[in-house]
Design a protein around this ligand. Structure first.
Ligand code: AMP
Length: 567
């Protein structure tokens, strides 16, 4: 297998972004030519026109709900060209964090190709800064169950559709990024068992591991938190060369048996290293001496895990992976030197046609602008037109333009647009919540305690309504500290609408509810049960009443609650 030509990839990217405006026009033309015969476009009266002006005039902005009837017909097996020229044969289940249930979105070869393209692009920039040797990667990736829809289409999470595609493996080989675990582990039917085996494979190949990755960095933190629980069992397996009886799937057992040989020296070494660590600080470089960096999406709802990730990674570089969604990719991280808090994503102008709704203006009237018209410093909602049947699709993400790479915008991910804590005139986003939790959890550090995960809810059953923040923390915390954390959370929402409402008690005192250890694991299990995969899991940061099951998991596990006295 030939390795990728990093210089050539970078050169191609540079020349494409220097001509971003034209490339966008050409991309739209290609999308509309390939799919012009689709019923959806036919009904909109484009009549073969492929220029952005006609496109914007004829095609409305849509949400997933608007497309649902079309997608449903595809899912049910209609083979006529509905959204795309070529029939769709595979469906992706998006993580559906916000709505509480996965959404169906079309997946096709073109989407696969753009996925590999963005992987190659960021790999090229990453490798230039942080070269890796020919070795292996500990990729904490998991597939969801792939099922057949009523109409016989294959359905799985987008990552599953990618991992199952034969081109994925070839590209990973060409990127020197081969997963150290066998396929049986990646595609295992139980993610607890797969996780255990990933860790075991990582340890077996510890000297060869060049980097550690996952789709979203939550999976990396989750894996090493699990390591803290199972490390002795892992050492025992290595010592004896026999897999724990906890792994029950025969295919996984036989795949692992091929790798596992009795190795008491390795078991002793790992045992000694683990005992020598202080609160697991620097665990990753201790276990994997040749790792060059940690890689996975670390921005947005993943930011709260950075602290723990740094704790495990010590001084290893953390590099945020690219920006995209089940609906399509958007931008690549071409500045791998930048810490994840500052990571930006350069839009790839040939993987889709992109528009941006300015958020400064009144939302209903704001007109979307093209990729070349965005302004530095402003925030926008992203709109995608893809090669997989989505036209002017509102992704619901808010991004900020931080600059341009040649002529293509660099985006900073801000938040999901609809994740908003609001009761009357207050508006707080996922990011505001994250900042409040960060501020309040600092009060905890003196106690050496940690907020493992968090979520929130607007409780309107009280009069006035109030914000509820759920915390899962490690260990016991003194009552006074939690009372102070609760006040700090309340004070940390600095949005003028919130503060003024709190002052006149139009919003009631914020409530901090501490949940039992393991509650967020139950939420994860709940989503996986619905068909989500650990690889794409994002903790819902704001749980609405419509997401009743998750709300019930949170509410049923509350052990203590505190009301703020900050106002
Ligand atoms: P999914 O629904 O599982 O396809 O996840 C897609 C969503 O994950 C996007 O719409 C974003 O909200 C979020 N996301 C994806 N990539 C990133 C990133 N690099 N930074 C922050 N959030 C991201």
């Amino acid at each position: 297998m030939e390795l990728l030509d990093v210089d050539k990839l970078i050169e191609e990217f540079e020349s494409m972004t220097k001509d971003a405006g034209n490339v966008q026009r050409q991309t739209l033309k290609k999308i509309l030519e390939e799919n012009g015969c689709a019923e959806y476009l036919q009904n909109l009266g484009l009549n073969g026109r492929t220029d952005p002006e006609s496109f914007k005039a004829c095609v409305p902005l849509v949400t997933h709900n608007d497309l649902q009837p079309y997608i449903q017909r595809i899912v049910d097996g209609s083979s006529s060209p509905i959204l795309t020229g070529k029939p769709i044969t595979t469906i992706s289940l998006s993580s559906g964090t916000t709505q509480g249930k996965p959404k169906f979105v079309p997946f096709n070869d073109e989407l696969m190709e753009t996925t590999l393209q963005i992987y190659r692009t960021s790999y090229a920039f990453r490798t230039r800064e942080f070269p890796i040797e020919n070795g292996k990667a500990l990729q904490l990736i998991y597939s969801s169950k792939q099922s057949k829809t009523k109409g016989g289409l294959i359905a799985g999470t987008a990552t599953t559709n990618v991992f199952r595609n034969s081109q994925f493996k070839n590209t990973m080989k060409a990127m020197q990024s081969q997963c150290c675990s066998p396929d049986e582990v990646i595609f295992g039917h139980d993610f607890h068992q797969s996780l255990y085996c990933h860790l075991l494979c990582g340890l077996i190949f510890r000297e060869e591991i060049q980097f550690i990755s996952s789709t979203f960095s939550h999976s990396i933190v989750h894996a090493f938190r699990t390591f803290e629980q199972v490390w002795e069992e892992l050492c025992a397996d290595i010592r004896e060369g026999v897999l724990t009886s906890r792994i029950t799937f025969p295919s996984v057992r036989s795949a692992m048996a091929k790798l596992l040989k009795p190795n008491p020296e390795l078991a002793d070494l790992i045992h000694k290293k683990c005992l020598g660590l202080n609160n697991w600080y620097g665990l990753i470089p201790e276990l994997f001496p040749n790792v060059k960096y940690i890689y996975g999406i670390m921005t947005g709802s993943m930011e709260p895990y950075l602290k723990k990730l740094r704790h495990y990674a010590r001084d290893l570089p953390l590099i945020s992976a690219d920006y995209g969604s089940s609906e399509g990719w958007i931008g690549a991280n071409v500045n791998p030197n930048v810490p994840p808090e500052l990571a930006t994503y350069v839009v790839l102008p040939d993987i889709g046609y992109f528009e941006f709704i300015p958020l400064k203006e009144n939302v209903e009237e704001a007109k979307p602008v093209g990729l070349s018209e965005v302004k530095v410093g402003e925030e926008y909602e992203v709109i995608i037109t893809s090669f997989a049947g989505l036209y002017r699709y509102r992704l619901g993400d808010v991004v900020k333009v931080t600059g341009f790479h040649n002529l293509s915008p660099e985006l900073k991910f801000i938040c999901r647009r609809n994740l908003m804590l609001t009761i009357n005139i207050d508006k707080n986003t996922e990011k505001d919540l994250q900042l409040a939790v960060e501020a309040a959890s600092k009060l905890n550090t003196e106690e050496k305690l940690e907020v493992l995960d968090f979520s929130s809810h607007v409780d309107l059953s009280t009069n006035p309504g109030h914000y509820v923040i759920f915390w899962e923390i490690s260990g016991e915390v003194r009552e006074e500290v939690l009372e102070e954390c609760c006040n700090c959370l309340d004070r940390s929402f600095v949005d003028a609408g919130y503060v003024s409402s709190r002052k006149i008690n139009a919003i009631g005192p914020l409530e901090l509810r501490v949940v039992q250890r393991g509650t967020f694991q139950k939420i994860l299990n709940h989503y996986v049960g619905l068909g989500a995969a650990l690889s794409q899991f994002k903790t819902p940061r704001c749980v609405g009443s419509t997401n009743n099951e998750v709300l019930q998991i949170l509410c049923n596990n509350v052990v203590k609650s505190y009301f703020s006295t900050a106002f």
